[in-house]
Design a binder for this molecule. Structure first.
Ligand SMILES: [Zn+2]
Length: 89
């Protein structure tokens, strides 16, 4: 994750192909580097509880979303981040 100088704007979800989805910016053969999904979960949980938005990077566009919406980008048919966060509908 990347925290901006103001401590608020953070890149939490990086959907660019070939990079770790946690937003650390490192190359990843799979969706996450080892342990980074857990790191992201801890971060998203804290942001959610604090009511802070997080940034999702899609292509070259950074967009801020409430955590409850950002996790939808992480959902796969096998793994529901929305359910993990408790915001699945
Ligand atoms: Zn990572």
């Amino acid at each position: 994750m990347i925290t901006a100088a103001n401590g608020k704007a953070v890149l939490a979800v990086d959907l660019r192909p070939g990079l770790c989805t946690c937003g650390c910016g490192s190359p990843a053969a799979r969706r996450f580097n080892q342990g980074h999904d857990q790191r992201l979960k801890g971060f998203l949980r804290r942001a959610h509880e604090a009511g802070e938005p997080v940034e999702v990077l899609i292509g070259k566009t950074r967009t801020r979303f409430p955590v409850a919406e950002a996790v939808a980008f992480l959902d796969t048919p096998d793994v529901s981040w929305s359910k993990w966060l408790g915001v699945d509908r």
